[in-house]
Design a protein around this ligand. Structure first.
Ligand code: ADP
Length: 182
């Protein structure tokens, strides 16, 4: 586990569904109807109330689905967290389809929604770096810089966790940042 930004950013290894933080972030897809990876784990462990809340959002605010880069909040069902913030990252298509901007927007809009909601502690998975194929070494400094900018301007969230399911992916993140000497 490493700490950055005066201890306000912590990098940890584990399963996001087990975390007792105010909000966990879901790397959702635009349908908000669940999927594989971390999305599947959150809906499976959290139970049906999360899907019910997502259906409400689809029926009222986002009839065509949640656009990539946007974020919405629901309850967290049976999970130890209080809320789930669902955001949609970019599908990696080689880097010329605004993938970097969309990844930045997903983290930035999630942090802004957390701030508006009064959230103190939040945990992010490595959005888009699974099935969506965003290169992990490229994502690390992007994610770090968006969080750094947000935390320099806002007092909430007080603490941000980046949680990696695998030790290897956590180390890729840490090593990429140390090479960049951020
Ligand atoms: P995406 O479609 O945005 O790429 P994925 O769920 O496929 O999302 O993967 C995003 C990242 O989340 C991957 O690095 C994957 O290893 C990780 N992940 C999957 N399940 C969990 C979990 N339960 N807790 C934390 N991270 C997870």
């Amino acid at each position: 586990m490493k700490e950055y930004l005066n201890g306000r950013l912590k990098v940890i290894q584990g399963d996001i569904t087990t975390l007792k933080v105010d909000a966990i972030v879901n790397a959702a897809n635009s349908t908000l109807m669940g999927g594989g990876g971390v999305d599947g784990a959150i809906h499976r462990e959290g139970g049906p109330s999360i899907l019910t809340a997502c259906k409400e959002i689809r029926n009222h605010r986002y009839r065509d689905g949640l656009p990539p880069g946007k974020a919405v909040i629901t309850d967290a069902g049976k999970l130890p967290a209080d809320y789930v913030i669902h955001t949609v990252g970019p599908v990696w298509g080689g880097g010329r389809q605004d993938e970097v901007k969309i990844l930045e927007a997903a983290y930035r809009n999630t942090l802004l929604l957390a701030e508006e909601t009064g959230i103190n502690t939040i945990a992010f998975p490595a959005i888009s770096t699974g099935v969506y194929g965003f290169p992990k070494e490229l994502a690390a400094p992007i994610v770090y810089n968006v969080i750094k900018t947000h935390l320099s301007r806002k007092s909430l969230p007080r603490k941000v966790f980046l949680i990696f399911l695998s030790k290897k992916n956590m180390e890729i993140f840490e090593e990429t940042l140390s090479v960049k000497e951020l």
